[in-house]
Design a protein around this ligand. Structure first.
Ligand SMILES: C[S@@+](CC[C@H](N)C(=O)[O-])C[C@H]1O[C@@H](n2cnc3c(N)ncnc32)[C@H](O)[C@@H]1O
Length: 217
């Protein structure tokens, strides 16, 4: 054995056997194996308050996914702007019709880049700085949930929405934004009450610019 071989750390037979057993267990234990749909679970990523992240409840994400599927129509294209939970719910394969639409998520949080080509980096401060592949008016419906309750933020997000949408807009934001949202996007407040995993201090609502079931449910 050379000098350099002497330097290689070695494990005892007992430790190696224990390691092998560990690897075998992690390979076969169903509790440790992730299913393909887990990556799309709503709340799979922890909320980060520094990015104003408040995830919808699973039920709300499903209701909003049903709504955008219905409104996008067969083969429709859906843009989820700062609303990753709805994108996730669309991709989970648990909502009827989700296999008949396509969806993308426009997000500032790069953790969502694990969604590959469906992820489009988006910073509302630069509302029209989108990837070249994002064609204008190319989405049948745009759902957006801006990170902040301010006129400045909503005005910029509205620019993005208008760029992306063929017409239909579903905006989710604080009830206090009603007047500004109406002025910017001509949307009406729905009676549908979206819920979050955590209690928000502000009343939160959905707004639409088309005749939606959410207006009266
Ligand atoms: C109020 S949360 C809406 C999330 C939604 N309730 C959901 O469950 O999918 C705001 C979203 O804006 C994103 N965001 C934070 N900063 C942003 C920025 N500068 N530009 C665009 N989006 C941003 C956050 O990552 C978060 O997903």
């Amino acid at each position: 054995m050379s000098d350099s071989d002497d330097d290689v750390p070695t494990l005892s037979a007992h430790t190696l056997a224990a390691l092998q057993e560990f690897y075998n267990e992690t390979k076969t234990d169903p509790a440790l194996v992730t299913t393909p749909s887990d990556q799309f679970a709503v709340g799979a990523l922890e909320e980060d308050w520094r990015m104003s992240q408040f995830w919808y409840s699973d039920e709300t994400a499903a209701q909003l996914a049903e709504e955008v599927i219905r409104e996008a129509g067969e083969g429709g294209r859906i843009a989820c702007v700062s609303a990753p939970s709805v994108y996730q719910k669309l991709k989970q394969g648990v909502v009827d019709g989700s296999d008949r639409v396509s969806a993308v998520v426009l997000e500032y949080d790069r953790r969502f880049a694990t969604y590959g080509n469906d992820f489009i980096f988006y910073d509302y401060n630069e509302p029209l700085s989108l990837a070249a592949s994002v064609a204008p008016q190319s989405f049948d419906i745009v759902l957006a949930d801006p990170p902040y309750l301010s006129e400045e933020c909503l005005s910029k997000v509205a620019q993005t929405i208008k760029y992306l949408s063929k017409g239909k807009v579903l905006l989710c934001t604080g009830a206090i934004m009603e007047k500004i949202a109406k002025d910017l996007l001509d949307v009406k407040m729905c009676s549908f009450l979206p819920k979050h995993n955590r209690q928000l201090s502000n009343e939160f609502r959905c707004f639409v610019n088309y005749p939606s079931r959410l207006l009266s449910c």
